[in-house]
Design a protein. Structure first.
Length: 202
């Protein structure tokens, strides 16, 4: 039998325990869902994750239903109710078992987390607060200019982050994640999922 010194054995046990403690928590998308760049539907959409996609769960905000995940090459925020996790061999809605699962608590302060990775991961460039301007590609304004649309009635303030009512008809822009509508004769880009204004052309 090969002799191993006690310090080496203890060190190996500690390293093994640390590896287990830092094991990624996995989740599955319960439906097709929008991944947002921040914890709220007012933030820009990063993209859509299809139902049944595997996701790495960083954690969730304390006292709120928003969780940060990595899924299908995207990093962003989704509702805890839209994720399932394995609990005692059966899938359950994450929000219903957060305490039992010991889901880590994360914060939205420069995308750092408590007890988790502090540095932004690939894809975090899109993370930002409502009001930060997206940069639509030139093809989008070209499409808008070539696609006439009547001005839609809207009584609210036309600003980034405002939510359009359901009766305002928005038009899909081909090969682009945002839709468009014309309000007060100004083209507006809108997140089709949340109906939040994400860009206002001057």
């Amino acid at each position: 039998m090969r002799w191993i010194s006690k310090p080496l054995l203890v060190g190996a046990m500690l390293l093994s325990g640390a590896g287990l403690a830092q094991a990624a928590m996995m989740a599955t998308t319960a439906t097709d869902l929008t991944v947002y760049s921040g914890p709220g539907t007012g933030y820009p959409s990063v993209g859509v994750a299809t139902r049944g996609s595997s996701a790495v769960l960083d954690g969730c905000l304390d006292g709120e239903n928003w969780c940060r995940i990595d899924v299908n090459g995207m990093r962003g925020w989704v509702f805890a109710q839209e994720l399932t996790v394995d609990y005692n061999g059966a899938p359950v809605i994450l929000q219903e078992r957060r305490v039992d699962l010991g889901v880590p608590v994360v914060s939205y302060d420069g995308t750092g987390s408590i007890g988790g990775p502090a540095d932004p991961a690939p894809g975090d460039e899109l993370i930002g607060k409502v009001g930060e301007t997206i940069v639509p590609p030139p093809e989008v304004i070209t499409y808008i200019e070539r696609t006439p649309m009547e001005t839609a009635p809207y009584d609210g303030e036309v600003v980034v982050g405002a939510t359009l009512p359901g009766d305002v008809v928005i038009s899909q822009v081909p090969n682009y994640q945002y839709s468009y509508v014309r309000i007060n004769d100004r083209p507006i880009l809108v997140d089709p999922q949340s109906r939040r204004i994400v860009y206002v052309y001057e």
